[in-house]
Design a protein around this ligand. Sequence first.
Ligand code: NAD
Length: 261
Amino acid sequence: PHAGRVAWITGSTSGIGLAVARHLASEGAAIALHGQAAASAETDALVREIAQTHGVPVRHYGLDLRDGSAIAPLAQRIAAEMGAIDILVNNAGMQHVSPLLEFPAGKWDELLAVNLSAPFHAIQACAPQMLERGWGRIINIASVSGLVGVARKPAYVASKHGLIGLTKSVALEFATTPVTCNAICPGWVLTPLVQRQIDALAAREGLDADAAARQLLGAKQPSQAFVTVEQVAALAGFLASEQAAQVRGAHWNMDGGFAAA
Ligand code: NAD
């Protein structure tokens, strides 16, 4: 369904973003992969693998999203090299866990820059061509932490609540156009971002990795099972589809019941 379309997925060299990139490639979209670091043997291999598996153009772009002023120029470069961006998935995100009273102010600024300001800059850069060309999908990977509070994650929770607010605002502004904007709110998904939290918990409590993972899920995720990256990618695929044309400003949770509790 996306043959001839271009998708830019931020933070797509691992985890959820990579699964979304693979899913959209399987539906025919050309893929702008993006990660924080410059190209490497690993990203070259990913580019080749996705291009060969799905027969679509794939390129890798490295940019540290903490530099907000570099985001519009990157969007322009992608559009010049691959074609106008039709699907923007704001997926890149970082976590920092610390009690509020010890939370480093610099981390707060960094986290808000990556998780909230970068999506704003990317939307501002990509939306004009979507509106001009009469089709567009903006999908923001928020979190269940955008719906409920979590102790010791003040910046992450604030950034994800903010991202849902941005999603609603953009959706309303474009409500009469063929450009939609929605958010996805995953619960615990086993990716490098969560593995680091499991490792920290294991070290802190003297647990093995399995026990730490069970404790992480046990506390918050009623299903006691991780969401998979493929499941999140399938939901992003639906939000990018024609059938989702009237899904606007939604924040859709996929969280094993996390937000229902
Ligand atoms: P991940 O660590 O595998 O992926 C994060 C991606 O963001 C990486 O590609 C990384 O390069 C990129 N990124 C981080 N900081 C960056 C920076 N400064 N500049 C450019 N890119 C940067 O983790 P993931 O779990 O796949 O996370 C993807 C998104 O899903 C994040 O927004 C995260 O908050 C969200 N999320 C994850 C979970 C979960 O349980 N894993 C749950 C809810 C929401």
